[in-house]
Design a protein around this ligand. Sequence first.
Ligand code: HEM
Length: 351
Amino acid sequence: MSKFDKLVGQGYNDIFHTISLCTLDIICESALGTNIDAQRRHTKYLDAVFNMKFIIHQRQIKPLYYPNVLFNLIGHGKDQQEYVQILHDFTSNAVKKRKALIDAAGGFENYFKREKSSGHGRMAFLDLMLEMLEKGDLDREGLQEEVDTFTFEGHDTTSAAMNFFIHLMGSNPEIQAKVQQEVDDVVGDTPRDITFDDIGRLKYLEACFKETLRLYPSVPLIARQVTEEVNINGHTLPEGTGVIIIPSMVHKDPKYWTNPDVFNPERFIDNELKHPYCYIPFSAGSRNCIGQRFAMMEEKCVIARILREFKVKSKVRTDQLRLSAELIIRPMYGNHIRFERRSYGDYSQII
Ligand code: HEM
């Protein structure tokens, strides 16, 4: 909030990275119980996270780098080793610190009892995994992989969605005013943090978030391998075929969506879904996203705070926004937004 406050009266600014740092802080605190303070402090860990995303994407789009030998010789193989080491050191430190706290409390049960009585009453994702490690249900390497997947899957996706949400609010003033009205009704006339109870009441904001993910599903494609021969619409896909599913195409299929190019949150209030798989921003089936409820809560908390305190306007119209599909989709030239302060009951918008 204080970062956006500084942008008031400063014209349009690209906020894409600012939001990414925020969602990285959120996932690290929730999943690892560690405050990395990414929004205020520049660290080696932060560089490693952003550089690794670049390297993984480069390798995906450049077949020359597929063989390890070429990747190591002329690609980013050496840099990757260095960054992976930084990421792994960070997670193993977080694990060690947490484990030391648990040991000092005399084991898991005492530790969780103490946390509950101190009013926190919450377990970071890491705590659950440490418990599994202790019981032998997970090994160290498995824990490391889960933590890395979580930090990566859990911040870039939510950051993209939040950015597109703000862009859509900034280019649809009447819808922005409706969200602000709902937030005012729920939060009241004094700005404050959003509570668990508020989250359930922010129904229109939820519809806007779902509609944002329909138009801009953070994950641009989902890859699968067919494990047994399957027939789809008269076409036979033999076992072993690689299949790419592009959610944004599914989400704009006129067979299932009326006026698919129009941003219309009402369709999620009226529950328009014509087919169980015509809306798949979180994928579907046994490997769907395990963070979707978390993502929804996070988006509601942050967006409600932003729109409670600010009006936003986008520099470009939605039809002018160019997209880039990397590990996630993002606005190719950034997310340029103007901020103005607002107070309770003010539904005028920036012209
Ligand atoms: C708007 C936010 C998000 C979107 C759009 C999203 C989307 C997805 C999609 C499409 C997949 C399936 C990928 C595939 O099948 O190839 C996935 C998997 C996954 N997501 Fe998310 N995600 C979001 C937020 C999160 C968050 C916040 C977390 C962690 C707290 C998370 C953790 C995961 C994990 C661990 C998987 C792998 C599940 C598995 O392979 O069994 N995601 N996500």
